[in-house]
Write a protein that binds this ligand. Structure first.
Ligand SMILES: Nc1nc2c(ncn2[C@@H]2O[C@H](COP(=O)(O)OP(=O)(O)O)[C@@H](O)[C@H]2O)c(=O)[nH]1
Ligand SMILES: [Mg+2]
Length: 192
């Protein structure tokens, strides 16, 4: 079975740990130590093939830039998280994206842009269209998720795995699913 290394990145408090734990252990953590950086394993099947995922939930606690560069070098697929209720977390995304592209030294790194906490619709400050535009600019996929309700959690991880697998097989990473938030998903989100 192939192993795929995924890295979950984004500002403190955006829900990196909650999203990772929801994906791996199927429950929502209200309070998770923000300084814990850990990696998780989960098996998954994408397009009929099994993969072992090793998911690094980053915490921004690395003392040296070199450590950050190292996990970016080792990472094969990236989830770039912001919170739809925190403008500052969205402002950081450009920097994180450029750092990944610089370290990987290629601009087709398998990546998914994720706007998390979309269950908190009444507190939203980042419009869905803003997320879609940014994902288009990066040439990556886009999902709005909720680590709380589990909305789009499986979908976001599956998409990044598909992109890594596509690259591995020598095929061009599929971009057909980029910006892939449908109106129905959006509607489902506003229900909460
Ligand atoms: N309502 C809601 N709260 C969330 C969501 N994701 C994370 N949180 C909460 O936001 C806070 C920070 O989450 P955490 O996973 O620790 O963020 P991290 O620093 O990026 O790892 C915690 O209190 C979580 O319970 C979400 O999708 N919806
Ligand atoms: Mg965390």
């Amino acid at each position: 079975m192939d192993t795929i290394q995924l890295v979950v990145m984004g500002c403190g408090g955006v829900g990196k740990s909650a999203l990772t734990i929801q994906y791996v252990q199927q429950h929502f953590v209200e309070n998770y130590d923000p300084t814990i950086e850990d990696s998780y394993r989960r098996q998954t099947t994408v397009e009929g093939k099994q993969y072992m995922l090793e998911i690094l939930d980053t915490a921004g606690t690395e003392q040296f830039k070199a450590m950050r560069d190292l996990y970016m070098k080792n990472g094969q697929g990236f989830l770039l998280l912001y919170s739809v209720i925190a403008q500052s977390s969205f402002n950081e995304i450009d920097d994180i994206h450029s750092q990944i592209v610089r370290v990987k030294d290629r601009d087709d790194v398998p990546m998914v842009l994720v706007g998390n906490k979309c269950d908190l619709e009444d507190q939203r400050v980042i419009a869905t269209s803003t997320g879609i535009e940014t994902a288009k600019k990066f040439g990556c996929a886009f999902y709005e998720t909720s680590a709380k309700t589990r909305m789009n959690v499986e979908e976001a991880f599956a998409e990044v795995v598909r992109r890594v697998a596509g690259t591995k097989g020598g095929k061009k990473a599929s971009k057909s699913k980029s910006g892939g938030i449908s109106t129905s998903q959006k509607k489902r989100c506003t229900l909460f």
